[in-house]
Design a protein around this ligand. Structure first.
Ligand code: 13P
Length: 267
């Protein structure tokens, strides 16, 4: 497999600082036995108030990589100013983040985020030297109406509008069917792989073959230790964006361990 897998935990609006610290220590305790070369790219996204309770864990094997990376769950596209309640890319970087999740369906649904806003955020994140994790996904109604592919292709094209192929290549996309989030209902892995391959073909159309080959596209939606092996064995699924199962060190570490074991064999 040419693309390094990503296992990302989206902690959403959960965990007080002490709880975040405990979870972080549980993950840190697990990764200490491995190098960043062996591990997937691990990303954790706590709430803003817990960013100080976690930290990037650098690898000491000489590879220059990180064992744990930190992400913001959202950002604003402006650098600073009168935007009460918002946080800038520079502020996230200052707090230790190297990734930012944007366009999560919960933000689109509850905070009216539009494709245009997500595109501005993606550009600001890349300009600030961080990596966007751009979420997309369809509702159950859209799936049943047979418009999944055109809806997602539209979300991706809008999010990537005006971004260079080079920047697109280092970005991350997460396909999260809304009906699979927090429901315990995972998307069939062949179907998730089909949609993700379709997303890759959209990336090829807008940014060329090299970017399409390099970009990492994750699956998200009720990922658990019992589902990860099958998901990771698929050709186009490069990892997972995990909600519920990332809130316990045991289950998150098990997902990391299973990913490590499988990656070499499966692809
Ligand atoms: P769950 O893993 O809890 O379904 O959440 C998925 C998700 O929304 C991650 O961003």
């Amino acid at each position: 497999m040419s693309r390094k897998p990503i296992i990302a935990g989206n902690w959403k609006m959960n965990l007080l600082q002490s709880e975040a610290k405990e979870l972080f220590e549980g993950i840190k305790g697990f990764v200490k036995d491995y190098t960043a070369v062996e591990l997937p790219t691990i990303v954790i996204a706590p709430v803003f108030t817990s960013l100080a309770a976690v930290e990037t864990v650098k690898c000491d094997c000489g590879c220059g990589g990180n064992k744990i990376n930190i992400a913001g769950q959202n950002c604003h596209w402006e650098k600073s100013g009168a935007y009460t309640g918002e946080i800038s890319v520079e502020m996230l970087a200052d707090a230790g983040c190297s990734y930012v999740i944007i366009g999560h369906s919960e933000r689109r649904q509850y905070f009216s985020e539009t494709d245009e806003m997500i595109n501005k955020k993606a550009k600001a994140i890349l300009a600030g030297g961080l990596i966007p994790i751009i979420c997309c996904g369809e509702t159950l109604e859209q799936r049943e109406a047979g418009v999944t592919d055109s809806w997602i292709a539209g979300q991706i094209k809008a999010a990537l509008e005006g971004i260079s192929s080079e920047d697109i290549a280092k970005s991350v996309i997460a396909y999260e069917p809304i009906w699979a989030i927090g429901t315990g209902k995972t998307c069939d892995s062949d179907e998730a792989n089909r949609v993700i391959a379709m997303i890759r073909s959209v990336v090829k159309e807008v940014a060329g073959a090299e970017a399409a080959d390099a970009i990492r596209i994750l699956y998200g939606g009720s990922v658990k230790p019992s589902t990860i092996e099958e998901q990771m064995s698929k050709s186009d699924i490069d990892g997972a964006l995990i909600g519920g199962a990332s809130l316990k060190a045991d289950s998150f570490n098990e997902i990391i361990a299973k990913t490590m074991k499988l990656v070499v064999a499966a692809k």
